[in-house]
Design a protein around this ligand. Structure first.
Ligand SMILES: Cc1cc2nc3c(=O)[nH]c(=O)nc-3n(C[C@H](O)[C@H](O)[C@H](O)COP(=O)(O)OP(=O)(O)OC[C@H]3O[C@@H](n4cnc5c(N)ncnc54)[C@H](O)[C@@H]3O)c2cc1C
Length: 382
């Protein structure tokens, strides 16, 4: 995706990029329209991705992963945009869910769940948001009350990515409902055959149509106490805060890839399309707009490469990850809007990739913590 090989990449990372690109172009892109219409990818595609080693690439090999670094997660996010095949929810599955388990799981929990996530036997989701609580995470109402050797979970979640197909859900719940942040724990729910677990609608969205975003219901769902991630109650909020930097970074990586792709398709289109007897590109307004977008793309690339390099070295701090998330997604949305304009009416038509780049972009400012919450976090460090 980047014009030149970034400093955080090497031959192994580029070999992974080639593999991801070929898989996305052959196995995913041709199905995107159908997946969009049915509002989810085919279940088998998860297993295909797993067979090729494209799931959990930065999880240690002893647990079935690829043994690489965050560089591989970044490459997967970039290539999904480049291939116009963003529906397979690997950012949630590999970059987020698997890393909660890898970072906080006991040895037994890692052996129990990570190989299945790497093969595609499990599809992962993380369920934080509830109908009444999004940004204010400390206020979740879902409860997991210890009863004998089990937790009994009651509550409902909404907007959950991979929500239709997921069969391993990291569920944010209060093990101590009288406490705010200190009462939160992460409970892993294997949903296959789980009594009391059900799914609501696959939600109709204005973009990302092939992504299954669903409601989940827990009505007295019982799981063994061994499913408490890390084995100690009350750690959930801290665990979430620590992992959210990686989640925000992967969203920012996708934002930069989208800015670069948007620029590329718009330069191409405006050089081909003619108005008043000359290419649209030749109007001064077009040239100036695209010069601005190219400048944004360059700054965005320098910033994200620096963030990725720091993250791989374990040095990306929380405010910088938040800056990357809000600023780059903001640029992504602005660039998508301004470039769509240069397509005229064709920009509004679904068959032109710019329309998908535009509609898919909008949610980037909302999920993973809204951009307002990012600024709230940054301000705490000023
Ligand atoms: C497509 C999609 C996929 C998603 N995937 C997942 C998922 O996989 N798992 C999951 O758990 N959630 C997921 N979400 C939920 C997402 O993380 C939340 O929508 C988001 O955190 C915002 O919460 P909310 O929608 O309840 O908005 P609210 O919290 O109600 O916010 C409404 C508005 O108020 C602003 N606001 C709130 N608090 C403050 C404050 N303190 N200061 C300033 N402004 C504030 C917000 O920025 C926003 O503009 C997804 C959402 C979407 C749309």
């Amino acid at each position: 995706m980047p014009a030149t090989r970034p400093a955080w990449s090497d031959d192994d990372v580029e070999a992974f990029r080639d593999l991801a690109r070929s898989f996305l172009e052959k196995e995913c892109a041709p199905n995107e329209e159908r997946w969009g219409a049915q509002q989810h990818v085919d279940r088998e595609i998860w297993n295909k991705a797993g067979e090729l080693g494209l799931l959990c690439p930065s999880i240690p090999t002893e647990y079935g992963g690829g043994g690489g670094t965050f560089a591989l997660e970044a490459v997967m996010a970039e290539e999904q945009i480049r291939a116009n095949a963003p529906s397979l929810g690997t950012a949630v599955h590999s970059t987020i869910v698997a890393h909660y388990i890898n970072s906080y799981g006991t040895e037994e929990q890692k052996k129990r769940w990570l190989p299945g996530l790497a093969s595609g036997a499990f599809v992962g989701a993380v369920a934080m948001t509830e109908p009444g609580t999004g940004s204010d995470l400390q206020n979740v109402k879902t409860k997991a009350i210890k009863t004998g050797g089990e937790y009994v979970i009651d509550g409902s979640k909404t907007f959950i990515s991979n929500g239709l197909l997921a069969n391993l859900v990291i569920t944010v719940a209060k093990t101590d409902p009288d406490n705010a942040a200190a009462g939160i724990s992460l409970i892993v729910v294997e949903t296959d055959g789980a009594e009391g677990f059900s799914r609501g609608r696959v939600l109709k969205k204005i973009g990302q149509h092939g992504q299954d975003t669903s409601e989940l219901y827990f009505d007295g769902v019982r799981v063994p106490v061994d499913n408490l991630l890390g084995g100690v109650e009350g750690q959930g909020f801290v665990q979430l805060m620590q992992q959210l930097a990686q989640e925000r970074l992967v969203l920012a990586v996708a934002a930069v890839a989208a800015i670069e792709e948007t620029l590329a398709v718009t330069v191409k289109y405006t050089k081909e399309r003619e108005a008043f007897g000359k290419p649209v590109f030749n109007f001064q307004n077009t040239k100036f707009k695209l010069a601005e977008v190219a400048t944004t793309a360059k700054i965005a690339r320098v910033f994200i490469d620096d963030c990725i390099t720091k993250h791989i070295a374990g040095e990306l701090d929380i405010p910088t990850a938040s800056m990357a998330k809000w600023w780059l997604t903001e640029q992504q949305c602005r660039v998508a809007d301004e470039c769509l304009q240069l397509f005229g009416g064709y920009g509004y038509m679904e068959e032109y990739p710019i329309s998908k780049l535009f509609t898919d972009s909008r949610v980037q400012k909302i999920y993973g913590g809204t951009n307002e919450i990012m600024k709230e976090i940054i301000s705490r460090f000023l």
